[in-house]
Every structure is written in structure tokens, then in C-alpha cells.
Design a protein around this ligand. Structure first.
Ligand SMILES: Nc1ncnc2c1ncn2[C@@H]1O[C@H](COP(=O)(O)OP(=O)(O)OP(=O)(O)O)[C@@H](O)[C@H]1O
Length: 267
């Protein structure tokens, strides 16, 4: 069906839909690679593709063949160059469409009538962060939301204990053999300590933030867990949610962000 005519071009509704979808796709890819070295490669590849379309339209056969060859080899190269971005993109899709996650259903069943998850007591966790920050002890705490964290818990020492401030402080004490790595909290219990988290590759992270913060961000990119990092260097609190790192948080800010995030209705 014809939508309108642009000079010699007949443009149908399906063409318009096609253009909108391609624009959305390019915008999403741009968002994903923005700020990274890959963004320059992406723009370069796009320019070569535009040049290819131009020489093809002009009927320059030799140039078209060369650029065609370049683009087909380039597609393979792009997969290699963009492997982290592709992984992030697929994780994002996987995270938002994980309908088979049985924990999501369990969570839904455990919710009270107000829709609030009553499982994880935040007070001892927040008190622990405050105490750790005050004494410049590092801390990394992963609070499960819906995604299964068992794989990450298995990378450390399994504990399965009630959440309490003394126990969390004992774990993160510099004399404790469990203080390195992250504590994972799930189903209202301390599930494991000394856990290894995936590290974010984000180039935009300030260089002052080291691996503790990268691990917090990486975990929030890979899962929907809320991750608190307490800096050993500055005593400051940071929170990673859905691939975003919020730094220099005050205690009330941390509390309200956590409350809002963990207790928001399951979609
Ligand atoms: N992948 C990881 N998984 C879990 N914990 C990690 C990981 N990487 C680093 N850590 C923790 O972070 C600590 C090192 O922190 P580092 O000093 O590099 O980070 P930072 O972000 O600068 O934090 P700080 O402000 O506390 O110094 C390690 O001792 C370890 O406990």
C-alpha cells in the first residue's frame, strides 16, 4: 500500500515501518557502544556501508565489489570487536524476558498483599554498611531480586545464616578469611561469602574506582541483583542497579534507592 511518493520513490507503509525499525536498531546499538572505542568502529563501519550504497546506486561496479567484499569480511570482524557489547545486549534481553525463572514465581507467591517483599531485612544490611564505611573497611554485598544467583554463590563459601549485623561485620573484618570477595544475600539469608562476581568492562567508570566497584557494576549488568560496595579507601557507599553505578550515596539515599528497587512490583 502506497503511503506517499518522494520524487521517483514510491514509499509504502511497510517501507516506513522498516525505516523506523532500522532507526530504532541503530539508535539502540549506538546507545550500547556510546563512549567506548567500539563506537568509533561502529561509525566507521556505517560510513563504509553508506559509501557502498552510494557507489552501488551510481553503478560503479568495481568499487561496489571491493566494498561488498570489505563489508562481508567486516561483519565477522565486527562480531569480534563488539563481543562485549553483544554479550551485554543479549544479557539485557535475557534478563528482561526470563519468564522461566522459577524464583520470579516464588517471589510473587511470597509477596504480601501490599506487594512488598518481606523476606530480606534491610536494616541489618544498612547498619553493616554504615559501620563498614565508618571504619574504612571494604564491603561488597549482593542482594538478590529475582534472578538466580546460585552460580555466583557457588564460587565462594556457602554459609546459609540469618542476616545479622555482627555476622556481616565478622565476615568483612580484615582478619576474617572470608572478607575478600562478595557476600550474597538471597531469600532473606546470608547465602555465601567470598564470592567472585563478574567484572564490568565499562570504559566510563572513573579510574579512581577499582575492582570492587567494577565487580558491583558487572554483577548488576549480568543480573537484576542490587549490589552495595563500601569503599575501603574512602568509606563511601555505592550502589549498582541494572548496569548503573550510583556513588557517594548517603545512608538515607542508599536506603531509599534499595527500598524502591527491591520492593518495586515484579514485572
Ligand atoms: N570480581 C570480584 N568479585 C568479588 N570481589 C572482588 C572482585 N574484584 C575485586 N573484589 C574485591 O575488591 C577488593 C579490591 O578492591 P579494589 O581496591 O581494587 O577496589 P576499589 O573499587 O578501588 O575499592 P576500594 O575503594 O575499597 O579500594 C578485593 O580485595 C576483593 O575483596
Amino acid at each position: 500500500m502506497l503511503a506517499f511518493r518522494l520524487g521517483f520513490l514510491d514509499i509504502g507503509w511497510l517501507d516506513l515501518l522498516d525505516i523506523v525499525l532500522v532507526a530504532v536498531l541503530i539508535y539502540q546499538i549506538y546507545n550500547l557502544v556510546r563512549g567506548s572505542v567500539a563506537s568509533r568502529v561502529f561509525v566507521g563501519y556505517l560510513l563504509v556501508y553508506l559509501a557502498y550504497l552510494l557507489v552501488k546506486a551510481l553503478g560503479l561496479n568495481l568499487m561496489t565489489t571491493i566494498l561488498e567484499y570489505f563489508i562481508s569480511v567486516g561483519a565477522l570482524a565486527l562480531i569480534i570487536i563488539f563481543q562485549h557489547e553483544i554479550r551485554r545486549f543479549l544479557l539485557l534481553i535475557g534478563k528482561s524476558t526470563n519468564l522461566t525463572n522459577s524464583r520470579r514465581i516464588r517471589r510473587w507467591l511470597l509477596r504480601d498483599s501490599t506487594g512488598v517483599d518481606t523476606q530480606t531485612p534491610l536494616k541489618p544490611i544498612l547498619d553493616t554498611c554504615k559501620a563498614l564505611g565508618a571504619e574504612f573497611s571494604g564491603g561488597l554485598l549482593v542482594l538478590q531480586k529475582n534472578d538466580d544467583l546460585e552460580k555466583f554463590a557457588q564460587s565462594g563459601e556457602l554459609i546459609d545464616a540469618d542476616i545479622s549485623k555482627p555476622l556481616l561485620l565478622a565476615i568483612f573484618s580484615q582478619y576474617s578469611p572470608l572478607h575478600d570477595g562478595a557476600v550474597i544475600i538471597s531469600d532473606g539469608r546470608i547465602r555465601a561469602a567470598r564470592c567472585i562476581l563478574p567484572v564490568s568492562e565499562d570504559d566510563e567508570l572513573p579510574p579512581s574506582l577499582g575492582f570492587r566497584h567494577r565487580a558491583a557494576l558487572g554483577m548488576s549488568e549480568a543480573t537484576d541483583a542490587a549490589v552495595i560496595a563500601v569503599s575501603e579507601e574512602s568509606g563511601r557507599l555505592a550502589l549498582a542497579l541494572n548496569g548503573e553505578l550510583y556513588t557517594n550515596l548517603s545512608q538515607p539515599e542508599l536506603e531509599s534507592r534499595l527500598e524502591r528497587y527491591l520492593h518495586e512490583p515484579v514485572r
